[in-house]
Structure formats: structure tokens, C-alpha cells
Write a protein that binds this ligand. Structure first.
Ligand SMILES: [Zn+2]
Ligand SMILES: [Zn+2]
Length: 293
């Protein structure tokens, strides 16, 4: 009952901020909001009744505060920041945000040392494929993924009984291990970085093109669509395509490639752009909530 009241109160608060909302069909659960995604910065907010956790903190400290303020979240209420890897579009605001607001940083040892962080006092170290409790009602499993001299991980998030969510960006190709962990997730946020034709014909030097499309680069729209075709089923209610290249991709290309290869899937498909937050998903619910600008 108490949780129902808190939930209703929250809906009221959203309405009073002028946020358009749909009425959720499930009780308050994990809420996933992309604050922005792309080569200029990435951050995803996970909210439950008891926790607020960021996956990556790839905007400046001020930008992070600004984007959180737009959805009425106090930066001091962030409990933890999980870092996927050390590239600046995923970590640039992490240290300053920690200093200003006291959130606990989590990273694996390679990421922690590449960032020059003290693994005892400044960062909690996680191990690949070992589940870790991040906050009272959120645990995560880091799954290693291949990417550019980085020890990158995708995160599989568990929160209560409403299933699992996945947030996975920056990988040259999907691994069998990743595919197994993505199967059955109720929400999947995954990168769809480039359109192969645009990359080939585009302005990048040959070496950079080879790096992006190689095993340590990023997923193309086609790779993401094929990966989703292997794993999407009725349990997956929502998918967000992330980290779209502004030069080598376009939202309609990523979306149509995924829909073309996943015609039978009936969940909610959205694109996270660089200028979030634009929408939220609740775990286990297909409908998204559109956030006002
Ligand atoms: Zn990266
Ligand atoms: Zn990135």
C-alpha cells in the first residue's frame, strides 16, 4: 500500500511539472531514462523506489545536473555511477559529479586504473560476470564486450520480480555470452552506431572506417537488427537504440533496419539521441512515457 501511495504521488509530481504521461499498467518498478546518447556523451538513469543509479556519466558535471534537473532529479540523490569503460563519452563528468554530489563510482580494474582512480578510496571494483549489489534494490551483472583497447562491459540489471534490463553500448560484435544474457530481458538498450553504406561512402579516413566497423569498434544497424532477431520474444517489452553516429547514421535508418528484421516483435522501439532525456520506460511495460522538453 505504501508503495502504491508513493507511486501515485510520483505521478502527481510528474503532472505538476508539465510532463505528459501515460498511466502505467504495472506497479512502480525500474524506470529507465536515457539522459542522452552518442559520441558526444552517454548517461542512463535507473530509478526504483529506493535507488537512483547512473550507467555512465559522459557529459560534463554541469550538463549532468542540467539533464537531471529537467526530470526533477536532485543530483545528490544519485546513489551510484556504474562506468562501462574509460572512453570520455562515457566518463567525462564522473569524477566531478562524485566530488560534488557524493555518488559511489563502480568500475572494473582496467577502467579504474585508466582513469587514474584509487581502487580503494575512489571506486568500487567489479569483476566480469560476478553479480554485484549496487543499491538496496538493484543488482547488476557486468558482461565483457569487445571494444577498442578498453575493458568494456554491458550491464544486465536486476530489480525485484519484474525481470531484467540490459544497457549495452560500444562493441564491435556481439559475443555468444552477451546473447545468452540478453535473452529474456524485459528492456534492452543497445547501440546501433552506423549505417554500413553511409560509413563506407562517408568522409572518415579509411583507417577510422576500418576501426569503427572492426571487431573492436561499434555495431552497425544491420548487426544490431540481426542480434535483436536472435533474442527478441514476448518477454522483451521495450528496446532503445543508442549511440547513433551523427555522421554515419540517421534514426530512420536504424529504426527501419531493426523493424525490417523483427517484423513479428510487437514491443516499443525508440531511439535515444544526443539531446535527452526524451522518454522513460518502465521495466515490463511496453508503453513509454514521453517527457516534455
Ligand atoms: Zn567507447
Ligand atoms: Zn561511446
Amino acid at each position: 500500500m505504501a508503495s502504491e501511495m508513493a507511486f501515485l504521488f510520483r505521478r502527481e509530481a510528474l503532472h505538476s511539472r508539465g510532463v505528459r504521461s501515460t498511466v502505467p499498467k504495472v506497479e512502480m518498478t525500474l524506470e529507465i531514462t536515457h539522459l542522452g546518447s552518442g559520441s558526444r556523451g552517454n548517461a542512463t538513469l535507473l530509478q526504483t523506489e529506493e535507488s537512483k543509479v547512473l550507467i555512465d556519466c559522459g557529459f560534463s558535471g554541469r550538463q549532468m545536473e542540467h539533464r537531471l534537473a529537467r526530470i526533477g532529479v536532485d543530483p545528490k540523490s544519485i546513489d551510484a555511477i556504474l562506468l562501462s569503460h574509460h572512453h570520455s563519452d562515457h566518463v567525462q563528468g564522473a569524477r566531478i559529479f562524485q566530488k560534488r554530489h557524493g555518488a559511489q563510482l563502480f568500475a572494473n580494474f582496467t577502467t579504474c586504473s585508466k582513469l587514474g582512480l584509487d581502487p580503494i578510496n575512489q571506486c568500487r571494483i567489479f569483476e566480469a560476470l560476478e553479480r554485484m549489489q549496487v543499491s538496496p534494490d538493484l543488482s547488476m551483472l557486468p558482461v565483457p564486450i569487445p571494444h577498442d583497447g578498453a575493458d568494456n562491459v554491458g550491464f544486465i540489471i536486476n530489480s525485484g520480480s519484474n525481470g531484467r534490463a540490459a544497457v549495452v553500448t560500444d562493441l564491435g560484435e556481439p559475443t555468444e555470452e552477451l546473447i545468452q544474457h540478453l535473452k529474456g530481458c524485459a528492456h534492452i538498450s543497445i547501440e546501433s552506431n552506423y549505417d554500413a553504406k553511409r560509413l563506407t561512402l562517408g568522409p572518415y579516413p579509411a583507417q577510422l572506417k576500418a576501426r569503427i566497423s572492426g571487431r573492436g569498434g561499434h555495431l552497425s544497424n544491420r548487426q544490431t537488427a540481426d542480434l535483436l532477431a536472435e533474442i527478441l520474444g514476448p518477454q522483451t517489452k521495450s528496446v532503445v537504440l543508442c549511440h547513433l553516429s551523427e555522421k554515419n547514421n540517421a534514426p530512420h535508418l536504424a529504426e527501419s533496419e531493426v523493424l525490417f528484421r523483427n517484423e513479428k516483435w510487437s514491443g516499443d522501439l525508440r531511439i535515444s539521441t544526443q539531446n535527452g532525456p526524451e522518454f522513460s520506460h518502465w521495466l515490463g511495460q511496453a508503453e513509454a512515457e514521453i517527457l516534455s522538453r
